[in-house]
Design a protein around this ligand. Structure first.
Ligand SMILES: Nc1ncnc2c1ncn2[C@@H]1O[C@H](COP(=O)(O)OP(=O)(O)OP(=O)(O)O)[C@@H](O)[C@H]1O
Ligand SMILES: [Mg+2]
Length: 243
């Protein structure tokens, strides 16, 4: 399980995370919503150990990742995959080689086994037959799918998505949401999704937490946040839906 305890982080005197505590239940999808600039990506970076907190801690499977360095940090990171906001594919590598990048570095798998993994993961994200394409030949939605295929290639226990539907048209965004749900059901991965897309949050979240000005101001089910009467929560939820 992932537990975030009283996490604080400032940049140049500006407090971005002001004491965040959140429990992420195993086998479910937890969505963290909040306006642009509220600290969602900063929070994700702390969870994977790419940023260090000023105070507080992140505990993953009873290990405090925020105090690990070197080999022990890499070891725990192996069970976590991140789908970055930009997809972060390497332009000079084919789709297939992007998917197996991590495996080539960290395992001794041979070409036939790697090819099998590429085909299996591409099938899961419904992109069969694209292994030889270059990222420049893909649409935004396809890139996102390849990034997801790469994330699941290492059979992670946890997968973190940063704005998986941002910048996509509503139909494509819906398909990515469906893919996230389908993978969660099939692979039983624990997922954290940070997004400002409420429609997506309602669809994929088992649990929703709302971040505002560096604090969690709501935690509950999608149904509960929709009916929440708290002014700050209402502003965001209604504002997004009716604008
Ligand atoms: N490495 C950094 N150095 C200094 N400031 C940073 C750094 N990373 C993030 N920040 C600041 O922290 C704040 C939160 O940034 P963050 O990227 O987490 O927002 P966000 O909620 O992910 O926004 P968006 O929805 O637009 O992606 C911003 O004010 C940003 O300028
Ligand atoms: Mg962000």
């Amino acid at each position: 399980m992932i537990q975030i305890v009283n996490l604080k982080k400032s940049f140049g005197g500006k407090e971005v995370l002001r004491g965040i505590s959140l429990e992420v239940p195993d086998g479910a999808t937890t969505v963290v919503i909040g306006p642009s600039g509220c600290g969602k990506t900063v929070l994700l970076k702390h969870i994977v150990g790419l940023m260090r907190p000023d105070e507080g801690k992140v505990i993953i499977d009873e290990l405090e990742i925020s105090s690990l360095y070197g080999a022990s940090l890499f070891k725990i990171r192996e069970c976590i995959s991140v789908v970055f906001q930009s997809s972060a594919l390497l332009d000079s590598l084919t789709v297939g080689n992007n998917i197996t990048l991590g495996l080539r570095e960290h395992t001794k798998l041979r070409e036939p086994e790697l090819n099998e993994i590429i085909n299996e993961k591409l099938e899961m994200v419904k992109l069969e037959g694209t292994a030889e394409l270059m990222p420049a030949e893909l649409s935004g939605g396809m890139k996102k799918r390849v990034a997801i295929a790469r994330a699941i290639a290492t059979n992670p226990k946890y997968i973190l998505y940063d704005e998986p539907t941002t910048g996509l048209d509503p139909v494509t965004a819906n398909k990515i949401d469906e893919l996230i749900c389908a993978l969660q059901k099939k692979l039983k991965i624990t997922a954290i999704v940070v997004t400002h897309d409420l429609i997506s949050a309602y669809k994929i979240g088992d649990k929703v937490a709302m971040l505002r000005e560096g604090e969690i101001i709501f935690e509950g089910t999608p149904e509960e946040i929709r009916n929440c009467e708290e002014q700050k929560v209402k502003e965001f939820v209604r504002g997004r839906i009716y604008e």
